[in-house]
Design a protein around this ligand. Structure first.
Ligand code: GDP
Ligand code: MG
Length: 335
């Protein structure tokens, strides 16, 4: 189905200018600066503009962060999160929230302009206010895009800090990985959760949900796409075994001890068209399989009944409180 649509989709008519261009979105709230002493720079003013908005400041927050290396498709998937959050409730309950076949995918800039090389934390400037059915409670959902690289030795400290900050500040951390869960991915995760733990005052497990999101999963014959296959893969990769080398076992035990909930989702490849420079994220260019997975993944995180409020020391954190935590944690990593 998707294939035939793709062929008929008029690729060449992609309007390269004006309103059809994906907007550059997201504000960078944490930067790595070159100044000694204040290595991690917080854009307090922009952050306050988002978190102290009169209709938002007193609401509990849900913070969904996507973290991982550059060009891993983080911003791309975040834009589908945004689409879901902005959709009316009845289209969230059907497949309509996915949008029009030929609509350009907008929100966080996902094609990697110069800016997106920048390590740091980006935030979607408009919190989305969601009413939880049943209780009628309102929460503010914030989307966070966290980027680092582990390309060189010197990147390690900064990236661990950036990742640590995002895991401390989020209620759901999506760890975006390509193809599989590698041993080095687990080691990096251990490193940045160790950094995070240092700054945390929690007595028990310092972090909430971690979701391994495996992009371009190629072995659906072995483990199915979605949560079912993800669960099986995670079991295989993350179980500490008595026969394992001590270091490998410790990495696994550490990860289990840090998070209240660990999940894994296997995402199919969106289709070869993504590599084309004219690709604008139109649904008609994305494989059916990828859409089906979006329909499973996105509501599992963002349906009003599935939202995970941010909790620190047993208390729900309100937007204005989150601002204070941003300041506190950045301060800790600067000292
Ligand atoms: P980010 O740097 O992690 O935010 O990555 P982007 O979201 O900017 O995406 C980088 C490139 O990967 C873009 O050209 C996208 O079209 C492409 N892309 C997005 N999602 C996927 C995916 O699931 N698989 C593959 N192979 N490419 C993707
Ligand atoms: Mg990006």
């Amino acid at each position: 189905l998707a294939e035939t649509r793709c062929l008929s989709c008029d690729f060449s008519s992609a309007n390269m200018s004006g309103d059809n261009m994906p907007q550059l979105g997201g504000i960078q709230v944490v930067k790595v600066s070159q100044e000694p002493g204040r290595r991690y720079e917080l854009d307090e003013e922009s952050l306050a503009r988002v978190l102290l908005r009169p209709d938002v400041r007193n609401l509990p927050v849900v913070v969904v962060s996507v973290a991982g290396s550059y060009r891993g498709g983080k911003s791309f998937i975040l834009d589908f999160f945004l689409r879901y959050l902005k959709a009316p409730r009845d289209s969230q309950l059907s497949t309509q929230w996915l949008g029009e076949e030929d609509a350009v995918l907008e929100g966080f800039d996902w094609r990697g302009g110069g800016e997106s090389h920048t390590k740091g934390i980006h935030l979607w400037p408009e919190p989305i206010i969601v009413t939880i059915e049943g209780t009628g409670e309102k929460v503010a959902v914030l989307l966070m895009d966290t980027q680092g690289t582990f390309d060189t030795e010197s990147d390690m400290g900064d990236n661990s800090t950036i990742f640590a900050l995002s895991v401390l500040l989020s209620s759901v951390q999506v760890y975006n990985l390509r193809a599989n869960i590698g041993e080095d991915d687990l080691q990096h995760l251990q490193l940045f959760t160790e950094y995070g733990r240092l700054a945390s005052t929690a007595e028990d497990k310092p972090f909430q949900t971690l979701l391994f999101l495996i992009r371009d999963w190629m072995s659906a014959y072995e483990h199915k796409y979605g949560y079912v296959g993800g669960e099986a893969l995670m079991k295989k990769k993350l179980a500490p075994k008595p026969t394992q080398k001590k270091q490998l076992r410790e990495v696994r035990e550490h990860i289990h001890s840090c998070f209240e909930k660990l999940q894994c989702f296997l995402m199919p490849h969106p289709g070869l068209v993504v590599a084309d420079e004219k690709f604008r994220g139109r649904l008609c260019d994305i494989t059916e399989q990828f859409r089906v997975s979006l329909l499973e993944l996105v509501p599992s995180l963002l349906d009003p009944n599935n939202l995970t409020p941010k909790i620190i020391n047993g208390e729900k954190v309100q937007a204005q409180g989150l601002l204070e935590f941003f300041k506190r944690y950045v301060e800790i990593f600067n000292s």
